[in-house]
Design a protein around this ligand. Structure first.
Ligand code: ATP
Ligand code: MG
Length: 242
């Protein structure tokens, strides 16, 4: 039966899913978007990330936003004030669905301006399917747990991505840190892939300047501490806006 095939007998997977997520997954199963669901890559406060495969056997990432998440009020802070989500109700389930839709649309915007982010493949309700970022035959790890061979070069590439995000995609990430940047290795060259765009806002958001300054401060602090660099958030802001 389709249900048995998609879910596997992995108890951790089974227990982490609620009825709403099951329904969304089964409709994706009918479309061939999600065929099998494997283990959890990461279980966070707001979502669980699984690996899986589509009907052709291609690897996929399935991000399932938790309906029981306690982060609902925090989500509202980012959605309210976003001109794209005027009139959104404060119904918890609907807000989580909007959040998932927002991540899909933010990822699409980034892809459209040539940023290296996971390709968003499909979303329904609280479930988002995207391209996996693979690094030398395994899932790419975050910057927080990957030593860099050439931090300066990596930061220059990251700066280029940040510039595209701000000036072309017109997005402020709003949770920018070493945990939301994956390190992709290809032929010994490391490149940044920014992820986790659910909270990203437009420059018109009333708290956009606050979020942008916080993002820049966080990333400068990380590189300065870990790699003994001397990055200045204000200077970085000028460079990004230039
Ligand atoms: N497209 C992807 N390819 C490979 N790994 C991924 C991908 N998306 C997410 N991950 C893995 O899952 C982790 C969590 O993803 P993400 O940051 O999107 O979720 P989250 O719910 O915001 O988690 P957290 O609350 O920890 O920030 C990432 O750090 C990464 O290890
Ligand atoms: Mg994250």
């Amino acid at each position: 039966m389709a249900q048995q095939k998609i879910i596997t007998d992995n108890k951790v997977v089974m227990n982490s899913l609620d009825n709403i997520s099951f329904k969304a997954l089964f409709s994706m199963k009918d479309k061939g978007i999600v065929d099998t669901l494997g283990g959890i890559i990461q279980s966070g406060k707001e979502s669980n990330i699984f690996w899986g495969t589509d009907v052709k056997g291609n690897p996929i990432i399935v991000k399932i936003y938790l309906i029981s998440s306690n982060s609902f009020n925090n989500m509202l802070n980012y959605i309210k004030g976003d001109p794209r989500f005027l009139g959104i109700s404060s119904n918890k389930r609907k807000v989580i669905f909007e959040w998932c839709k927002k991540e899909f649309s933010n990822l699409s915007k980034c892809r459209n301006v040539g940023m290296d982010v996971p390709e968003p493949l499909y979303f329904k309700n609280n479930v988002l399917v995207m391209e996996p970022i693979i690094s030398e035959d395994r899932y790419a790890l975050p910057l927080s747990s990957t030593p860099l061979n050439n931090p300066k070069d990596f930061f220059e590439k990251l700066k280029h991505q940040m510039k595209l995000m701000l000036k072309k995609a017109r997005l402020i990430h709003a949770d920018f840190s070493e945990f939301n940047i994956l390190v992709k290795h290809t032929d010994n060259i490391q490149t940044p892939v920014i992820i986790d765009f659910g909270q990203a806002v437009l420059p018109e958001h009333p708290r956009a300047a606050f979020f942008l300054n916080r993002d820049l401060k966080n990333i400068c602090l990380f590189f300065n501490k870990r790699y003994d660099m001397s990055l200045d958030p204000k200077k970085l802001l000028e460079e990004l806006k230039a």
